[in-house]
Design a protein. Structure first.
Length: 308
């Protein structure tokens, strides 16, 4: 694993002469990116399978290429923001990538990103993979906090850093091309876990005279307070000691599981969102009686990795 050289989001001031670039793909995210680059004065060439999508951008000064290969030929820096990996493969198939700098912003798996990097570099280009941590309305709005994870060629990242940071902050996470996708999916996985818990909470109260709008700020503030445990979990994983500074022990939390399950039963709510995690907690506690339940929930990570 290479050392990260940009462990904070990079906000780069506009350059005196914004660099030209090509953008393949004008869906909602691609259009937002294009608008941000045009607003910063970057000469932009765009291509989209449905040509009509390019018309508003052409009116703002973007050049419109008839084919993906023509768009790639127009500039050294080529950003790809298409629907899926198959679309990327198809778009780049007939293009000459020799000497190009390809930045792929299509959400993929770490393995797919590594494979793409190998194929692109074999065709004479440098490669950078990206994971966008934003929705289209956040692009070009720094105060909204958008940023993109980048991994792959560090030289490419440093050379084009100002351009890449124009629509959203830029965070380099390593030379391994799969790391951007890995970070992206890790954060999104945690998000969906939170959404699952929120759905269960609303389901519990939905049959009662509880206004969900009144519960919402309580949920938000409670979840925000609980994020303090994230850094502690990371520290315990590094230290290998899951018992240091524990406030709520695993034994204590497992003892409370029946209350959660009975409450759901009384409210007529399925426990399918909670049961898998509770079962992991119980397995961890039962796996080693010598621990005496003194650790916290960090050991669940080991179970998910097939350890512990």
């Amino acid at each position: 694993m290479t050392e990260n050289t940009a462990d904070t989001v990079s906000e780069i001031p506009p350059t005196a002469h914004p660099a030209p670039l090509t953008l393949l793909g004008l869906g909602a995210m691609g259009t937002a990116l294009a608008g941000a680059w045009l607003a910063e004065g970057h000469p932009l060439t765009v291509w989209n399978r449905t040509a009509a999508r390019a018309e508003p951008l052409a009116a703002r000064g973007a050049g419109v290429a008839a084919t993906a290969a023509e768009a790639v030929a127009a500039n050294r820096l080529v950003v790809v923001c298409l629907l899926d990996d198959a679309s990327v493969e198809e778009a780049l198939d007939g293009a000459d990538l020799t000497g190009k700098d390809v930045v792929n912003l299509v959400t993929s798996t770490p393995g797919t990103a590594r494979d793409r990097a190998a194929r692109v570099t074999a065709r004479g280009a440098r490669y950078l993979d990206g994971g966008i941590m934003a929705v289209p309305p956040m692009i070009g709005v720094p105060q909204a906090g958008p940023y993109v994870f980048y991994s792959g060629s560090q030289e490419l990242f440093e050379e084009h850093r100002a351009t890449l940071a124009a629509p959203a902050g830029a965070r380099y996470v390593g030379a391994d091309a799969g790391f951007a996708a890995l970070h992206d999916v890790a954060l999104l996985s945690a998000m969906y876990g939170m959404f699952g818990g929120v759905a269960h909470a609303f389901a519990l109260v939905s049959g009662e005279s509880v206004d969900p709008r009144a519960l919402a700020p309580l949920l938000s503030s409670w979840l925000t307070a609980m994020t303090g445990s994230i850094a502690a979990t990371a520290g315990r994983l590094v230290a290998g000691d899951y018992t240091g500074g524990v406030v709520s022990t695993l034994a204590m939390q497992v003892a409370g599981v029946p209350t959660f399950l009975r409450t759901a039963e009384e409210q007529g709510v399925s426990t399918e969102l909670l049961t898998p995690y509770f079962e992991l907690m119980q397995r961890r506690l039962a796996a080693d009686p010598d621990r005496n339940g003194a650790e916290d929930l960090t050991g669940v990570v080991d179970l998910l990795r097939g350890r512990g």
